[in-house]
Design a protein. Structure first.
Ligand code: IPE
Ligand code: IPE
Ligand code: MG
Length: 247
């Protein structure tokens, strides 16, 4: 099926996921298949990012979350980390105008203190520049680990209890959700992972509690809007019961 036909079918089906999250994986394998250095795989993946952003806007998704760099990825060779940091700067420099023009609100989520100063500055500037947009929220998870995010929320809550602003018994699921980077954003309805791996790799553990999972064999640099549409069509066939029985 061609992309326009898939899009028409998605619209016909009607149930559009509000929030789609993607673990963008397989850049290194894409490069290795071509005997190229790994950073060229990451560079090639930028085109896929553009494709899914455009695809998400066309479908009418409200929030697109992309896992770009994990806390664990800091353990990769320095040269690869440096390449990823400069790619982030390059992505922002190249795409900022287009993202702003398309009405995308960009948020960079994670431990940004660890980013190189130019990458952190570029991220801050893009967030500020697009803060008033509301067509699509694009969450870029960079230097992000879900357990660290939950620990941070627990520390904030402990501090509030210690200061007497809150009782321990007031801590509920909303109190935790409000202290995650994703505060105020609905939980992902659909979580896609590319490259055939079948794991979560410390991504949004709290938020994906009831997400539908879609594992695609396609390596991230080969991921095009048709692949996104295929995932959404598959999602539209799922029976989301949330623990209840179907009527
Ligand atoms: C995903 O591709 C991008 C990042 C994790 C930064 P990988 O670099 O993990 O590619 P593979 O898994 O080695 O193929
Ligand atoms: C997960 O991919 C992180 C990102 C896509 C940014 P990895 O390639 O780092 O995950 P593992 O090592 O296969 O679990
Ligand atoms: Mg990987």
């Amino acid at each position: 099926m061609k992309a326009p036909e898939m899009l028409a079918r998605i619209r016909e089906n009607g149930a559009i996921p509000r929030h789609v999250a993607i673990i963008m994986d397989g850049n290194g394998r894409w490069a290795r298949e071509r005997n190229l250095p790994r950073p060229l795989g990451h560079r090639s993946g930028m085109k896929s990012v553009r494709e899914v952003v455009e695809g998400a806007i066309e479908v009418g998704i409200e929030v697109l979350s992309l896992f770009a760099f994990s806390q664990e990825n800091w353990q990769r060779p320095v040269t690869e980390i440096q390449a990823l940091m400069s790619l982030l700067e390059e992505y922002i420099a190249r795409e900022a105008d287009e993202l702003a023009a398309q009405g995308v609100r960009v948020r960079v989520l994670g431990d940004l203190a660890r980013l190189t100063p130019p990458a952190a500055a570029a991220a801050a500037q893009l967030m500020e520049r697009t803060a008033h947009n509301d067509r699509l929220v694009l969450n870029l998870f960079i230097s992000y680990g879900s357990r660290a995010e939950i620990v941070r929320a627990a520390q904030q809550l402990a501090e509030e209890v210690r200061a007497g602003r809150m009782a321990a018994s007031d801590i509920d699921e909303d109190a935790i959700a409000e202290r995650l980077f994703t505060a105020g954003v609905p939980d992902p309805d659909l979580l896609i992972r590319t490259s055939g791996e079948q794991r979560i790799s410390n991504f949004m553990l709290w938020q994906v509690a009831y997400a539908e999972l879609y594992m695609s064999p396609v390596l991230w640099p080969n991921f095009r809007r048709q692949e996104l549409y295929a995932a959404i069509l598959d999602f539209q066939n799922r029976d989301r019961r949330f623990g209840r029985v179907t009527a």
